[in-house]
Write a protein that binds this ligand. Structure first.
Ligand code: BJW
Ligand code: ZN
Length: 279
C-alpha cells in the first residue's frame, strides 16, 4: 500500500507522542476471527444477538449461550495474531505512552505483543459468576463443545467450529459450570447489549482519548455505543483521527485520513511510512 494518504498518516504517526489505537473486530478478521456485521461473514448475519448476547438470552437458555461462547473461545485459541496486531505492538514499542483500546473479546493483541490493552467489552477468557460476579477459572476440564449451537429457528452454516460434539452437547449447547461460592451459573466475561461497560476501562479510554495527540481507529463499524464515542472525543479535542477500514464508516467525516484496506496490510505499511528506518 502507498499513496498520499499513507504518507500523510505516516507523518501524523511519526509526530505523535501519545497515540491511542482503538480497535474493533476487523483487527482480528485476518486471523480468522469473524466480525459481527460484515456481509456474508459477520456473526450477526447468522446469529441473532438478542438470542445470544444479552442478559435475558443467558437467563432464558444458559447452555445455548455458554456453548456458543465456548465454541468462539476455542476458535480464538486456534487463531494467531496477524501482521496488524504486530504493527500495533511495534507502535507501542516505539511510543511507550501509546494506549491500545479494544472492543475485541479475543486475546490477540496480548499475544501480538501489547501487554495490557484497555478492554471495553470484556474478554472470552474471564468468565465470572452470573449472580455474585466471582471470577471463575476457565473450564479447561470440560468436554469440548460441539459446533456453535444452532440459533432458534433452524440450522445455519457453521463457522470456525469443532467437528461434531459428543453426547454431552449434541447441538453445541453446553451447561455452564456452577459458581463455587453460590452455585449460580457461570457466564462469559463479556459485555452484552444493555449492560454497562466496565467503569475503569471506560474511564481509562475516555482519559486516553482526551489526552492523545493521534487516534488510530482500526476495523470497527463504529455503530456500538458508548465505545463508538471514543474516536469522537479525540476528534472533538483536536487530535487527528486516522481510520483503517476497507469500507466507509460513520467516522469518515471526522477523520483526517481514511486508509481503505485491511488492517494486516495497512498497519505494517503505516509503520514503515512513519519510521522508514524501522526493521
Ligand atoms: C476490517 C477488516 C480488516 C473487516 N481490516 N477492517 C446510543 C445510540 C444508539 C444505541 C445505543 C446508544 N448507547 C447505547 C446504545 C445501545 C447499545 C448500542 O450501541 N446499540 C447499537 C448497536 C444500536 N449499546 C449497549 O447496549 C452497550 N451498553 C450500554 O450502552 O449500557 C448502558 C448502561 C449504562 C448503565 C447501566 C446499564 C446500562 C453495550 C454494548 C456491548 C456490545 N457487545 C458486543 C458483544 C460482545 C460479546 C461478544 O463478543 O459476543 O461487542 S456487540 C459487538 O459489537 C461486540 C463488538 O465489540 C461491538 C462492536 O463491533 P465492531 O468491533 O465494530 O465489529 P463490526 O463487525 O461491527 O465491524 C467490523 C468492521 O471491521 C467493519 O467496519 C468492517 O468493514 C471492518 N473490517 N475486515 C480492517 N481485515
Ligand atoms: Zn456466585
Amino acid at each position: 500500500m502507498s499513496g498520499p494518504e499513507l504518507a500523510e498518516a505516516g507523518r501524523l504517526l511519526a509526530a505523535a507522542r501519545r497515540p491511542v489505537v482503538f480497535t474493533g473486530a476487523g483487527m482480528s478478521a485476518e486471523s480468522g476471527v469473524p466480525t459481527f456485521r460484515d456481509a456474508q461473514t459477520g456473526l450477526w448475519q447468522r446469529y441473532d444477538p438478542q438470542e445470544l448476547a444479552t442478559p435475558a438470552a443467558f437467563r432464558a437458555d444458559p447452555a445455548l449461550v455458554w456453548g456458543w461462547y465456548e465454541a468462539r473461545r476455542r476458535g480464538v485459541l486456534r487463531a494467531e495474531p496477524n501482521p496488524g496486531h504486530r504493527a500495533v505492538a511495534a507502535i507501542a514499542a516505539r511510543l511507550p505512552d501509546t494506549v491500545v483500546i479494544t472492543q475485541n473479546v479475543d486475546d490477540l493483541h496480548e499475544r501480538g505483543g501489547v501487554a495490557a490493552p484497555v478492554r471495553l467489552h470484556g474478554s472470552l477468557f474471564a468468565p465470572r459468576c452470573s449472580a455474585c460476579a466471582r471470577p471463575t477459572p476457565l473450564p479447561s476440564d470440560l468436554p469440548p463443545p460441539a459446533d456453535p449451537p444452532e440459533p432458534p429457528g433452524g440450522p445455519e452454516p457453521q463457522i470456525g467450529a469443532e467437528p461434531s460434539g459428543g453426547p454431552e452437547s449434541p447441538d453445541g449447547r453446553l451447561t455452564p459450570p456452577a459458581c463455587a461460592d453460590c452455585g449460580a451459573p457461570v457466564r462469559p466475561g463479556v459485555v452484552w447489549f444493555g449492560e454497562a461497560l466496565p467503569e475503569a476501562a471506560l474511564s481509562a479510554a475516555v482519559e486516553a482519548a482526551s489526552g492523545c495527540d493521534l487516534l488510530l481507529t482500526v476495523g470497527t463499524s463504529a455503530l456500538v455505543h458508548p465505545a463508538a464515542e471514543i474516536p469522537l472525543v479525540a476528534a472533538r479535542l483536536g487530535a487527528p483521527v486516522v481510520q483503517v477500514n476497507p469500507v466507509p464508516t460513520p467516522l469518515d467525516a471526522v477523520c483526517a485520513v481514511n486508509l481503505r484496506g485491511p488492517a494486516g496490510e495497512v498497519l505494517p505499511a503505516l509503520v514503515r511510512a512513519a519510521w522508514p528506518d524501522a526493521g
